[in-house]
Design a protein around this ligand. Structure first.
Ligand code: MG
Length: 163
């Protein structure tokens, strides 16, 4: 069934510590936290990369960009997106839409969602109406609810463009 669409799912979570801002969906959000991560710790971009990889059964982000590799230290996750999109396994596929859930008690993200959608549209080559970004708190419970971490879930749909 070579012409059937493909769907992919991704998830990521990173710990928070005291700091001056976090990168989420390619947007810097000023807040009294930072993300503990080897790269810039952008949970949305990491979840989306895993969703793309999953849609073509090409492994996961950790296999492609090991966090033991010093080259990825502090790396802008937009570079991971570009590298994943350029993988040969994704040649002949085009992204139809993406959808994201962000789960964060802090920072509050409501005012940043329009900028996140614009940045994701740019990074993934999509029209704005094919980019969904939802944000929610964790109702004050669990590690996310107590501001020790933030997380993201992502889904992508791919359609055949060639072959
Ligand atoms: Mg990550």
């Amino acid at each position: 069934m070579p012409n059937h669409p493909r769907i992919g799912i991704g998830y990521d979570i990173h710990r928070l510590e005291a700091g001056d801002g976090v990168m989420i969906a390619g947007v810097r959000v000023p807040c009294p936290y930072r993300v503990v991560a080897h790269s810039d710790g952008d949970v949305v971009l990491h979840a989306l990369c895993d969703a793309l990889l999953g849609a073509v059964a090409a492994g996961d982000l950790g296999e492609h960009f090991p966090d033991t590799d010093a080259a990825h230290r502090g790396r802008d996750s937009a570079e991971f997106v570009a590298a994943v999109r350029a993988l040969p396994q994704l040649a002949g596929w085009s992204l139809v839409n993406l959808d994201v859930n962000i789960i964060a008690q802090a920072p509050r993200l409501g005012e940043h969602k329009p900028a996140m959608r614009r940045r994701l549209a740019e990074l993934f080559g999509l029209p704005l109406d094919a980019v969904g970004v939802k944000a929610r708190t964790n109702e004050g419970v669990d590690a996310i609810g107590t501001r020790q971490a933030l997380a993201a879930q992502a889904v992508v749909l791919l359609a055949r463009t060639a072959g």
